[in-house]
Write a protein that binds this ligand. Structure first.
Ligand code: FO1
Length: 309
């Protein structure tokens, strides 16, 4: 069964980490959010691409869910001596090698999608990793403190400012990266990973054409709720939804995908949302969606595949 997963960073990678043992990883293509991308010290950093790649390579820092395990920070510390800036974005020494390599490829005219493919192959990742677009479409969070790049909002300001709106810069002129359309149209199933619907799945769906591909494809489309018991397990999804006046529930997220979703997996804690989701014509599967260890990641991946069979 050929599968395409739409993925953000840390939350999605937990499921992907389970999927790589539950299926043939060569049959999996992952379309990754690049709205988090940011340039720092002249380097192009693509956090979600790297989180997914390092996770599937077995190299991610397990405590953080981002960065490389056992990495050191000598280069960053020395860099900050020159720039005098505050240390708010932790770029490890090994991680920096990825950013240097990617940036050199981009400067020599290669596309982001080519760099992602080269990096994942080098790290022996068997699944295909495709950025949602080759264009730079950074996510701006409009806040009560002004407009902030997503990383400044999330990491530097620890998601404290009130969110007034979200803008995906340059998205209208972006195209899906090579391989995105083909893999969605070719797939037997599409999995919407349990990622933040506003700033992870949201930017992917905002790339012109991708939402229509999900409606057109003969593939079954299944999603896993990132909201459990009225809160997000990881990251600021719940706070951002509440700031924007949205109800923080699995049903609310399902509703925002109802034009292409066939099946939605919600947690046992949200069983009461099932009737509302089913009234949208979406089949509901109730499961343990809290992936707190390797067994639970595998179990949710198996539940997802079973719901597709
Ligand atoms: N997240 C943090 O909370 N603090 C950091 O210092 C940080 C550094 C970092 C470096 C490279 C990278 O690829 C990701 C990094 N992240 C960090 C995570 C990341 O910014 C976010 O979790 C994602 O953008 C959301 O998916």
């Amino acid at each position: 069964m050929k599968i395409v997963a739409l993925a953000g960073g840390v939350g999605a990678s937990k499921l992907l980490d389970g999927l790589r043992y539950a299926m043939d990883p060569r049959d999996l293509s992952i379309v990754v959010n690049t709205g988090d991308d940011i340039e720092m010290f002249g380097l192009y950093i693509s956090p979600d691409i790297d989180i997914v790649t390092y996770t599937l390579a077995g190299e991610v820092n397990p405590a953080m869910g981002w960065g490389i395990k056992d990495d050191t920070f000598h280069c960053l510390e020395y860099l900050l001596r020159y720039t005098g800036g505050e240390r708010w974005f932790n770029l490890g020494d090994r991680d920096l090698a990825t950013h240097i390599f990617r940036t050199s490829l981009l400067r020599s005219g290669r596309k982001l999608s080519e760099s992602a493919d080269l990096i994942r192959r080098t790290l022996n990742v068997e699944s295909r990793i495709i950025p949602m677009t080759d264009s730079h479409t950074p996510t701006t969070i409009i806040t009560d403190e002004g407009d902030l790049h997503f990383q400044e909002y999330l990491v530097r300001r620890r998601a404290q400012p009130k969110v007034l709106g979200i803008r995906f810069e340059n998205i209208e002129s972006a195209y899906p990266a090579p391989g995105v359309a083909e893999s969605i149209l070719d797939a037997d199933a599409v999995i919407i990973c349990p990622s933040n619907p506003l700033i992870s799945t949201g930017p992917i769906l905002a790339v012109p054409g991708i939402r229509d591909l999900l409606k057109e494809t003969r593939a079954r489309v299944i999603g896993i709720s990132p909201v459990v018991g009225g809160a997000s397990l990881k990251g600021p999804t719940d706070k951002m939804m509440a700031d924007l006046g949205m109800e923080v529930s699995a049903a609310q997220v399902a509703k925002s995908f109802s034009d292409f979703l066939d099946t939605y997996i919600i947690d046992y804690q949200d069983e009461f949302d099932a009737t509302e989701i089913e009234s949208l014509g979406i089949k509901v599967v109730v499961a343990d969606t809290v992936m707190s260890n390797a067994e639970k990641k595998l179990a949710l991946a198996q539940t997802t595949l079973k719901a597709l069979s």
